[in-house]
Design a protein around this ligand. Structure first.
Ligand SMILES: [Zn+2]
Length: 525
């Protein structure tokens, strides 16, 4: 750990704090507070983590759980930067301000730095501290905040189309910065100051990104990619070492930059204190970062696929070949893999897939036999599937994806127009926020339709090529195998036990989806 909260890819993490104000009339909504904070984090190249207290008054004395969680991390040095829309979001009384000032003391090992999007909070200088203390006693904060918010909205619109600074992203070329005098620039510690060349790609890294995206769509997990890049000793941009993790790979493939877009990649901390990624929110086109590495339709599909797989940071720890694929015929619940009840004569506890629903009649079934049977069914499907039908289907899906992407672009244009009206004073904040919320709902709905368009992709390389999948099967990762089973068989349902007693396997109890929509021309085998 160095002196900042820096994940292995070198991008510092920053806490964004938002809280709903008592004064609903003048206070900004949490979303607009966060939006401003995100804009700042993005400009600085920081990875934002949200801490949000909703509907909690600064003066009611009620607890602020997100604030407490954030301060705990600040005390341990896990968080060294906090962005709040205004200082009045952070403190409730002068005592709390003094806590912040103490944490910001530059003599601490991990001094906390506090920022607001307007850039006038500074708790690490005497002047800043004095100003902050004075401000505690100033009553009319709302009017200042409001004018600052408008200033901020205008600045954002000016900047639209210009991506943030920050460290070199994977995929782009770096070079030493140059002083205005023309001399090479160095950092305070004497090392060269490196900036990234915005419109030039690193061909090796671009090739890795493209291959990773293709593999992810075919069912590889983020962890698979991280392991491959570690094995190939692919250097990370900031450290030059290969310490890839699923999270870092996710940060790369989820970056809208890849598709030539500007956006936020949101992280939030959930109730258990874990960092969670939210879907990327695209705000428009980036104009200065070269041609897209991944076309937008593919990129959008990938985001949906990753979200649906739950691969965005929260893969269940215990995964197995069929996790999430097997459901109970009786109640529709997803079945889980567990140990079977022991019977006399069993040498060891066998594993079963079982429905955990209460009450009688919910099935369990021998795990090993089910898994073997489903693998065989998958291999058979791959051998007999018609690639032509799949390719035809993919063509149709491609058109549909292009259509959905143009809908997304139209929604972004409407978002811009609303922001412009708001900044120009033609649209009241309330109306602006309602309009944004509505547009975001529509965006989510369009995006969720992009995900299913890749349903059969994992199976395509094997369709109709007899024996190929069987040969490759042992070399595929668990996640790839699971994705192929899902593509080949769809949802698997298991019916109740036919013979009372043990959860024995009987293929008549297992139902799989009909062969993937290729019914027009089934290849005879
Ligand atoms: Zn059930």
């Amino acid at each position: 750990m160095n002196n900042q909260t820096t994940p292995a890819n070198g991008t510092p993490t920053v806490a964004l704090y938002a809280r709903l104000s008592d004064d609903r009339k003048h206070g900004a909504s949490i979303e607009s507070q966060l939006e401003d904070c995100f804009a700042l984090a993005e400009e600085q190249g920081w990875q934002p983590v949200e801490f949000v207290d909703r509907d909690i008054s600064a003066f009611s004395g009620r607890l602020r759980p997100a604030y407490e969680a954030m301060m705990a991390k600040a005390r341990t040095g896990e968080i060294t930067r906090v962005v709040a829309w205004d200082l009045d979001r952070l403190y409730r009384d002068p005592r709390e301000l003094e806590d912040l000032i103490a944490l910001a003391d530059p003599r601490r090992l991990h001094p906390l730095r506090v920022y607001d999007p307007a850039g006038d909070l500074n708790l690490d200088t005497e002047g800043g501290i004095t100003a902050a203390r004075n401000r505690v006693n100033t009553a009319n904060m709302e009017s200042r905040s409001k004018s600052r918010r408008v200033k901020r909205a205008k600045a954002r619109i000016r900047k639209q189309g210009i991506s943030g600074g920050g460290p070199r992203p994977f995929g782009w070329l770096a070079q030493q910065a140059v002083e205005p005098s023309g001399k090479p620039a160095f950092k305070k510690d004497g090392t060269p100051k490196v900036i990234w060349i915005r419109n030039q790609h690193d061909p090796d890294e671009v090739a890795l990104i493209k291959a990773a995206v293709a593999d992810l769509l075919k069912g590889a997990s983020l962890r698979d990619i991280a392991m491959r890049w570690n094995a190939a000793k692919v250097p990370q941009p900031q450290t030059g070492r290969a310490n890839w993790t699923a999270h870092i790979v996710h940060a790369i493939v989820a970056s809208p930059r890849l598709a030539g877009l500007l956006g936020h990649r949101k992280q939030v901390i959930d109730d258990s204190g874990k960092v969670r990624y939210e879907a990327v929110e695209v705000v428009g086109e980036a104009k200065d970062i070269g041609p897209p590495i991944i076309d937008r339709a593919t990129w959008e599909r990938l985001q949906q696929v990753l979200e649906q797989r739950g691969a965005t940071g929260h893969m269940p720890r215990r995964r197995s070949l069929l996790t999430g694929l097997v459901t109970c015929e009786k109640c529709g619940s997803v079945m889980v893999r567990s140990g079977a009840r022991r019977h006399n004569g069993d040498a060891e506890a066998r594993k079963v897939w079982r429905c955990m629903a209460a009450g009688g009649g919910h099935p369990s079934i021998d795990a090993q036999a089910l898994e073997e049977w489903l693998i065989e069914a998958t291999l058979h499907r791959a051998d007999t599937a018609s690639l032509a039908a799949m390719v035809r289907q993919r063509g149709k899906q491609g058109q549909e994806a292009a259509e959905l992407v143009s809908q997304l672009e139209e929604l972004e244009r409407q978002m811009d127009a609303a922001a412009r009206s708001y900044a120009a004073g033609r649209l009241p904040i309330r109306a602006f926020e309602e309009a944004s919320a509505e547009l975001q709902r529509k965006q989510k709905a369009v995006q969720s339709r992009l995900g299913p368009l890749t349903a059969t992709a994992p199976l395509e390389p094997y369709a109709g090529r007899r024996g190929l999948l069987r040969k490759r099967w042992p070399t595929l990762s668990l996640d790839e195998q699971r994705a192929i089973i899902a593509a080949a068989l769809g949802r698997v349902t298991v019916g109740p036990v036919r013979k009372v007693g043990r959860p024995t396997f009987d293929s008549r109890r297992v139902k799989i989806a009909p062969a993937p929509r290729n019914t027009t021309k089934r290849r005879k085998t």
